[in-house]
Design a protein around this ligand. Structure first.
Ligand SMILES: Nc1ncnc2c1ncn2[C@@H]1O[C@H](COP(=O)(O)OP(=O)(O)O)[C@@H](O)[C@H]1O
Ligand SMILES: [Mg+2]
Length: 313
């Protein structure tokens, strides 16, 4: 955890969905997740598809309720925010999601996303001041205002639409950005621009929850890393610790699955190397157990049944 006032605290949060017909059954998509994001800190949330990353993001953005647990921002329980306080919350916390198309209504011009922000947050700004602010935000994400304003979503690329959404978040002086797989749809050169932009914003105090399934990206960008599996955090700690000394068998297996530069094609015909540590059912099972601190600010999930036997390196 970096120095500074706490911004976001997620405390033992759970989310269940009812799935299936005739009453169906309950799917526990997020299980007892707890973490914090401080100002100027980038926390990577890494997990496979379906591990609960977006569900968590939606709960933080109040797009989805919390089944159990609390999420606080500046000490205030976000589930209790109403009216002006909720509007204020969205001036501090914004989210950008993987699929930019879902944030636009195809029958309206794409820049309507900015007009809505203006109406709510900047009604007092003159047209020229608003225009200046908008152009700054667009140029901040390397978009040419002339190329994107006045166009319909289908006239713009996925990358342009995504960068417009990032610009929209930056029009407000937000303090926390929830970035859910935001660069998966960008081309390589734009990715670098967006990563540099995030680095810049972080150094100016923005807290970022950077959600990704891309291990190397998470390693590159974050100060701390959380590994999510089946909705639960199995490992959480300083990024160099989690990547340099992974302790949970699942983290070890994930890291071992990334091809190395020296991997030859013929090596791929051989059986996959097993991850260091044991891949026992308890280490990778559905029963996650509780997080135990194995080093300073480095936590690993220990199955409840195994706690007495666990010894970490
Ligand atoms: N609205 C919903 N109704 C039912 N199940 C859902 C809903 N949203 C997500 N899920 C389920 O919750 C789990 C986690 O989904 P999600 O948070 O989207 O994962 P990720 O973003 O890590 O890929 C998945 O099994 C998914 O099918
Ligand atoms: Mg997702």
């Amino acid at each position: 955890m970096l120095e500074g006032v706490l911004v976001l605290r997620v405390d033992t949060c759970c989310k269940t969905f009812r799935v299936g017909t005739f009453g169906g059954s309950e799917l526990l998509a997020v299980r007892d997740v707890s973490f914090e994001v401080a100002p100027g800190e980038v926390v990577a949330l890494i997990g496979e598809s379906g591990s609960g990353k977006s569900t968590l993001a939606r709960m933080i953005l109040r797009l989805s309720g919390v089944t159990r647990g609390t999420i606080t921002f500046d000490g205030a329980d976000i589930s209790r925010l109403r009216g002006k306080r909720l509007t204020r919350y969205y001036a501090d916390v914004q989210g950008v999601f993987q699929d930019p198309f879902s944030s636009y209504n195809p029958i309206f011009k794409a820049d309507r996303v900015f007009t809505l922000i203006r109406g709510t947050y900047f009604p007092q700004l003159s047209d020229s001041d608003w225009q200046r602010r908008l152009v700054d935000a667009l140029e901040g994400v390397r978009l040419d205002p002339a190329a994107c304003l006045g166009k319909y979503p289908h006239q713009l690329s996925g990358g342009q639409l995504q960068r417009m959404l990032i610009a929209r978040a930056l029009l407000l002086d937000i303090r926390l950005l929830v970035a859910d797989e935001i660069i998966s749809m960008l081309d390589a050169s734009t990715r670098v621009d967006v990563l540099n932009l995030l680095g810049d914003l972080r150094s100016r105090g923005l807290g970022i929850l950077f959600i990704t399934h891309d291990l190397s990206l998470g390693n590159y960008i974050s100060d701390r890393t959380m590994i999510l599996r089946h909705g639960a955090i199995v490992e959480l700690g300083a990024t160099e610790r989690v990547f340099g000394h992974p302790q949970h068998p699942y983290t070890q297996a994930l890291l071992a699955s990334v091809p190395q530069l020296h991997t030859k094609w013929r090596d791929l015909d051989e059986p996959a190397p097993s991850a260091p540590g044991s891949l026992t059912p308890s280490g990778l099972g559905a029963d996650v157990g509780r997080l135990v601190e194995v080093d300073h600010d480095h936590f690993v999930a220990v199955p409840a049944t195994d706690e007495s036997e666990v010894s970490f390196r």
